[in-house]
Design a protein around this ligand. Structure first.
Ligand code: XIL
Length: 307
């Protein structure tokens, strides 16, 4: 099993975090530094410096690399977002971007998140720059170009709140099936798993979704797990206990699924989680602010060991 953590910035330079990453994880996700605004800040100008340093850290610690993300609506630079490009122009920009970024890391990436969050809750294509300007075929184009630029990388479609069975996961299943029917190289589905204590899919639904994707020959990966506790009125020990169970069930379901070999959390320690900034103070990860393991950590270890 590959067990990973996403690194959003420079926190890996902190010796305590570096030690935690090296000792507890064998995969690293580049959380922000491969996004457009970071890696492609001006038209035709690429800045790989931040991502390269992180990639070197992962390699030095023998961690598999999960690269994130080629096509998404968020964290786009203004030149792109406000550029009013026509369809042919945007296709050309996207093609060059994918060829350049994927090409730069060719042979070093285990998994690429090719397209992120393209499906809305109701199963329709979610509104974004790419859909508006290019049309839904941007998805197939992106997978095709990514495969050409690095034939060995595992190529994923990645999304949230579509881990179990619902309209959105049904649409993602149909999207993958449609891509396969067109011979577009897609290898798997990333299940982000940003959940909260009452929010996760049932283990039965999660297993069923993994199973139907396996029937298409697709991998599944837990790509961004964290478990918010802030909406619960329970006391701290009970919150921590329930959080541990949410992590345990997700890991156990992955371990039991033949096509699930990757389990990544979106961060390392609670204090550094993106949730604090985006949703309010929380403790969504398996390590506390002092880098110490929480009940969730021990639950994950038990689930990894299996029955
Ligand atoms: C988040 C980062 O962690 C934050 O630092 C940034 O401000 C916003 O994006 N789904 C994704 C990730 O696919 O790229 C997001 O990362 C979290 C939700």
């Amino acid at each position: 099993m590959w067990v990973g953590a996403a690194i959003g910035g420079e926190e890996w330079r902190d010796p305590g975090i570096a030690k935690l990453l090296a000792s507890e994880f064998n995969m690293l996700t580049v959380g922000n530094y491969m996004k457009w605004e970071s890696v492609h800040p001006e038209p035709g100008r690429y800045d790989f410096s931040h991502a390269d340093a992180l990639v070197a850290f992962a390699r030095a610690n023998r961690m598999a690399l999960h690269a994130h993300v080629l096509v998404w609506e968020n964290q786009l630079p203004d030149w792109l977002r406000l550029g009013n490009f026509g369809r042919a122009e945007l296709i050309d920009i996207l093609c060059r971007h994918i060829k350049t970024v994927v090409g730069h890391y060719r042979g070093q990436v285990y998994t690429w998140d090719v397209v992120n969050e393209a499906i809305a809750d109701d199963g329709s294509f979610g509104d974004n720059l790419w859909l508006r300007t290019i049309g839904p075929e941007y998805i197939a184009m992106a997978f095709q170009w990514a495969a050409e630029a690095d034939p060995d990388a595992i190529l994923l479609y990645n999304d949230f709140q579509s881990e179990g069975l619902n309209e959105k996961s049904q649409a993602i299943y149909a999207l993958a099936q449609g891509l396969q029917a067109m011979n577009i190289p897609i290898d798997g589905i990333g299940l982000q798993m940003h959940v909260w204590l009452d929010g996760p899919p049932t283990p039965q639904d999660l297993a069923a979704n993994m199973q139907r994707l396996a029937a298409l020959g697709l991998q599944v990966q837990i790509t961004e797990m964290d478990v918010r506790t802030q909406y619960s009125t329970l006391g701290l020990p009970e919150k921590l206990r329930q959080q541990a169970e949410v992590y345990r069930q997700a890991m156990s379901t992955c371990v039991a699924a033949a096509n699930c070999k990757v389990f990544v959390m979106w961060g390392t320690i609670d204090r550094l989680s993106w949730i604090n900034e985006h949703y309010g103070p929380d403790m969504p990860l398996p390590f506390d602010g002092n880098n110490q393991p929480k009940p969730a950590y021990y639950a994950l270890i038990e689930a990894l060991r299996g029955p």
